[in-house]
Design a protein around this ligand. Sequence first.
Ligand code: ATR
Length: 272
Amino acid sequence: MPRLAVLGYPVSHSRSPAMQNAALEALGLDHEWSYGAIEVPPEGFEEQVRKLAAGDYAGVNVTVPHKAAALALADVKVEVAHWVGAANTLVFEGGEITAHNTDVQGFFHSLPAHLTDLDALEGRRALVLGAGGAARAVVWKLDGAGAEVDVWNRTASRAEAMCKDIESDASPVVAPVQGEYDLIVNTTAVGLRGENPFEHLPLDRERFDPRQVIVDMAYSDVPSALLTAAEDAGAITVDAIEILVQQGALSLEIWTGRQPDLDVMREAARRR
Ligand code: ATR
């Protein structure tokens, strides 16, 4: 029976096992496949992965803080994982470990169709808040799709370094004008602990526009204050769980070759 798991530290909060097992069941694969959660500290990560790869595991998802280490230990690295500098999905096959990054395409799939149709992002203006791993993935994708990307970060030097590092045309900005963007993506940690985003980010609660798409990648058990304000203004919003579902669906497809039911995954991921 091929096994799958999410590796993190901590990992008990992860919605992936419920979501992936629901998807496997809906595909009729739950008698063949299973998906668990393994908590592993950074110092034990590589050894644990090699043990799973040598055993009956077909692959794993990797979450905080292991995404860079997952890329580093892989024998084969798909291009997007290489550029983003992180892997969230490992495949164990034929004695080899292959690193994928479905966070990038998962983010893209979570956007509404008017931004993801062919060439739809060409010339659109996007503001990315943050300069960590998630920002890197988002900027790489949006820049590659032809959007004009501005990056704001609390520590401005990190935004500059990131834009250069991924060889993008994205520009670091210090004082973005909220109304000018078609898409705004929060990749910062603001909101994770219920902070008021309007105190920490260069955004004004009153300045969202109904033509905008606002994405908040910060997980929270309470509705995101950022998205609530954007919704109140009539904007389209995308939350962290939708991105989790989309990346998870792509990972499951890589392992099993089957396309899971997104609604089944959404329902399981939101059930708490
Ligand atoms: P990731 O999880 O994407 O890898 P990270 O490397 O932990 O992210 O970085 C978290 C991001 O949240 C950073 O952009 C960080 O800004 P700094 O580079 O200035 O540290 C941002 N961040 C965290 N707390 C913040 C706050 N209170 N206000 C604004 N930005 C914040």
